[in-house]
Design a protein around this ligand. Structure first.
Ligand code: DGT
Ligand code: CA
Ligand code: CA
Length: 573
């Protein structure tokens, strides 16, 4: 099938372009086109013959030409050229940070280094120091880079994994008859990082589902291949397990493979007290072994005397006890969110004009949208000077006349190293909502950092402490800060704390957000949008809030506009 052949080549092109440091939009265009070709059910040759290539989502003039080129001659010239420039082995070691393209090429040519394992061995033994131009410092950077690479290899952010899982579900739905299909495991629980992707399916043709799955272009290797289950290494660097199960056992299997393991153990304990056995195949009577439930999760839970428990809570963190007492929290839902309280535009480091942000927020049906660009000290992020911010506020008030959605003038204002705010109070006063953030001096000692943030929270104009720990999952550790003291200050001064919904951040993380909300601190769930599509990350922020047992009443941006503004301005002098 030519669809699959071309999809595989496009995936490869996306990889190579990324390594070459090409424009992210170009990289994504190839990636998206590959996904779309993967799920396209009609033969690509037929589409090409009709001249309809550009009607396929994600295929523009340029990509249509590449497809034409491949169909005509079995090759894509640009790809061949890039393959020469960057051989396969080189590709794998270039994922290591701290190893530039030139050094990578040098090591590849001189020592035949074509895998991270080899690179690590030669760096540890010191053999790479024999290559001219490689010094102790280079070696240290390479070893550090390898450590980060290894950490990143073992777990992926849930945001990225959800994208991959979603695409696979679409492909399987489009290509083979599946009756039910669900993503289980840690993804369904929306844990911040996931080790692998677990997909469950019921189908009248299990063998065909498995065959299709292992032959997908995005399947780099097949790790296991049985009659009803298979595992692949996905080309985006994660393992995917697929299981085909009996319809009568689907609910039991979904519960089992959603986990967590610890939650499952608790459910089984409850069951055994009632003389029942729970497995991935169903709920069985201890005597006689008759199956009494299994088709849906609801009936499995019901059989053991529990209400259905939302997957985000299934961490054995008190949810089974709460369920037994009928005390499960009514978790916040997407529909309750009235607006986004953290978003950038091209006035600072966002990638869209102000007007586009407003339109996109309107299209989502929000009642309000903030404009919160960076402040002047964040120079790399294009922070606004006081004059520029005043100009932006004027612009916002003017645009407001043409829009029903309330455009909140805001700022993501730096908390300076000594805890002062980056803008003077008389400017902050002009804003509807003020966000406060640490963007510099991450290495401050714990007491200093804590004091710095507490001081910012004492400012009467500050409303929300955003990404409170500064972590970037798999890239940067949180700064050293005493969150208990920060929470105490937020509580005392009536400030809100953010769950930043960006998949790399998810900051506050679930356990900390649970603590903050228990203390009665309002939680803002915001996307920190830099690209318009980032507005979609709201669902990840909500998932994190749900993992933190948070209800609608605890979320700041479920408030109607008037109440939000009354809250925001209550401590102003
Ligand atoms: P991950 O992939 O590391 O992010 O985490 P999970 O939770 O997705 O774990 P995974 O993929 O190893 O297994 C999926 C689910 O299957 C897990 O959450 C619970 C269930 N499971 C796996 N192994 C066991 C086990 O030995 N005992 C029990 N009770 N459940 C298990
Ligand atoms: Ca998993
Ligand atoms: Ca698994």
């Amino acid at each position: 099938m030519k669809n699959f052949e071309i999809a595989k080549l496009f995936y490869e092109m996306a990889d190579l372009l990324e390594i070459k440091g090409e424009n992210v939009f170009r990289v994504r265009a190839y990636h998206r086109a590959a996904e779309n070709l993967e799920s396209l059910t009609e033969e690509i040759e037929a589409v090409a013959q009709r001249g309809d290539l550009q009607k396929i989502p994600g295929i523009g003039k340029d990509l249509a030409a590449r497809i034409g080129e491949y169909l005509a001659g079995g090759k894509i010239a640009d790809l061949e050229a890039m393959r020469k420039e960057i051989p396969r082995g080189l590709l794998s070691i270039m994922e290591v940070q701290g190893l530039g393209p030139k050094t990578a090429k040098l090591l590849y040519d001189r020592l035949g280094v074509d895998s991270v394992e080899k690179l690590e061995a030669l760096a540890r033994s010191g053999d790479i120091l024999k290559v001219p131009g490689i010094r102790e410092k280079t070696r240290d950077n390479i070893l550090k880079g390898i450590a980060t690479w290894k950490a990143g290899q073992s777990r992926m952010t849930v945001g990225k994994a959800l994208g991959i899982a979603g695409a696979l579900v679409e492909v399987l739905k489009a290509r083979v008859g599946v009756r039910r299909i669900e993503v289980a495991g840690s993804i369904r629980r929306r844990k911040e990082t996931v080790g692998d992707i677990d997909i469950l399916v019921t189908s009248d043709h299990p063998a065909r589902v498995i065959e299709t799955f292992v032959s997908l272009p995005s399947a780099l290797d097949v790790l296991a291949h049985g009659e009803t289950k298979a595992s692949i290494r996905h080309q985006d660097g994660i393992q995917v397990d697929l299981r085909v199960v009996e319809p009568d056992a689907f609910g039991a299997a979904l519960l089992y493979f959603t986990g967590s393991k610890e939650h499952n153990v608790r459910v089984r304990e409850i069951a055994s007290k009632k003389g029942l056995k729970v497995s991935e195949y169903g709920v069985f009577n201890d005597r006689g072994g008759k199956r009494i439930a299994g088709a849906t999760e609801e009936e499995v839970y019901e059989a053991v005397g529990l209400p259905w428990i939302p997957p985000e809570l299934r961490e054995n963190a008190g949810e089974v006890e709460a369920a037994l007492k009928g005390n499960l929290p009514a978790l916040v839902e997407q529909a309750a969110i009235r607006g986004d309280l953290h978003a950038h535009t091209d006035w600072s480091d966002g990638h869209h004009p102000l007007e586009k942000l407003i339109e996109a927020a309107e299209a989502r049906g929000y009642d309000y949208i903030i404009v919160s660009d960076h402040s002047k000290s964040s120079t790399i992020a294009g922070g606004l000077t006081p004059d520029e911010l005043r100009e932006q506020i004027r612009k916002i008030r003017e645009l407001q006349k043409k829009h029903k959605i309330r455009i909140l003038a805001g700022s993501e204002c730096d908390i300076l190293a000594d805890g002062r705010m980056d803008f003077p109070d008389d400017l902050l006063k002009e804003l509807d909502i003020v966000l406060a953030a640490v963007h510099s001096r991450f290495k401050q000692a714990r007491a200093e950092m804590t004091g710095r943030i507490v001081k910012a929270l004492e400012n009467p104009y500050v409303n929300i402490l955003v990404h409170p720990t500064g972590r970037l999952i798999g890239e940067r550790d949180p700064y050293d800060v005493d969150l208990e003291q920060v929470f105490a200050a937020a509580k005392k001064h009536g400030k809100a704390i953010e769950i930043n919904a960006s998949p790399q951040r998810l900051d506050l993380k679930d356990v900390h957000a649970r603590r903050a909300a228990e203390l009665g601190i309002p939680i803002a769930i915001s996307t920190d949008t830099h690209y318009l599509e980032n507005l979609d990350n709201m669902s990840l922020g909500i998932a994190t809030a749900r993992r933190a047992w948070i209800t609608k009443a605890q979320v700041l941006n479920t408030l109607p506009l008037k109440k939000l503004l009354t809250w925001a301005h209550k401590s102003r002098p």
